[in-house]
Design a protein around this ligand. Structure first.
Ligand code: C5P
Length: 223
């Protein structure tokens, strides 16, 4: 029997990461933040000075990246690139913007496909991203598509940054988020769209607990 999967896709800032991690913790399953994989390649290529059109170099880096998402021990919850903690570094907007540019390149997506599928391990996997239910794990048992209005997503992001002590302008965040939505939805390969068999959940006026409950109900009904 195949390892069961729950996929959580949707636009940036919809709360996928928070929800997917909470579901993985409740089920005691593995967790894949696929956006972090694109962000790691973005950070790595920015640091190495690789241009977005240097395909051979990008593909070589995709295969060579050493990625770790420890879930236990002193580094639990951190993201490591080639042994270095980059949890905060990959979250900045420059990295997000570069990630979204790289994610529009078919050969880059292909190079990262096997790396994402390698996270499918017993007893199960909760994977969040844009194309988890459509491309990477089309046979997932439960597929959720999380949305929220762009304004609400920008507001949440703003709050999160303030809590981290990072100053940010709400109007700028909204503009960046809309630009990223456009790029993610309009790209030729694996555009952001719900899988045919996905359950859409609009979280605009829901709190985190309510979203977790809704997703858990679907999981319990299907697995
Ligand atoms: O989710 P996050 O904002 O971390 O993702 C960063 C970028 O990576 C997104 O804007 C998107 O372009 C890309 N991405 C993707 N497919 C995924 C996850 C992320 O194209 N499964």
């Amino acid at each position: 029997q195949d390892v069961p999967i729950v996929t959580i896709d949707g636009p940036g800032g919809a709360g996928k990461g928070t929800i997917a991690q909470a579901i993985a913790a409740r089920l005691d399953w593995h967790f894949l933040d696929s956006g972090a994989i694109y962000r790691l390649l973005a950070l790595d290529s920015l640091e190495a000075g690789i241009a977005v059109d240097d395909l051979p170099a990008l593909i070589a880096r995709s295969q060579a990246l050493q990625i770790e998402f420890p879930t236990v021990g002193p580094q639990a919850g951190e993201v490591l690139l080639n042994g270095v903690v980059v949890t905060t570094a990959i979250r900045d907007e420059a990295c997000g913007a570069r990630a979204s540019e790289l994610a529009a390149i078919p050969a880059v997506r292909d190079a990262l496909l096997a790396r994402q599928r390698a996270f499918r391990q017993w007893p199960g996997l909760v994977a969040d991203g844009r194309d988890m239910g459509t491309v990477v794990f089309p046979d997932a048992a439960v597929k959720i598509f999380l949305t929220a209005s762009a304004e609400e997503r920008a507001r949440r992001r703003h709050k999160q940054l303030m809590e981290q002590g990072v100053s940010a302008n709400l109007a700028d965040l909204l503009q960046e988020l809309r630009a990223r939505d456009q790029r993610d939805m309009n790209r030729a390969v694996a555009p952001l769209a719900p899988a045919e068999d996905a359950i859409s959940v609009d979280t605009t006026s829901m709190d985190v607990e309510a979203v977790i409950r809704t997703v858990m109900e679907q999981v319990e009904a299907c697995i």
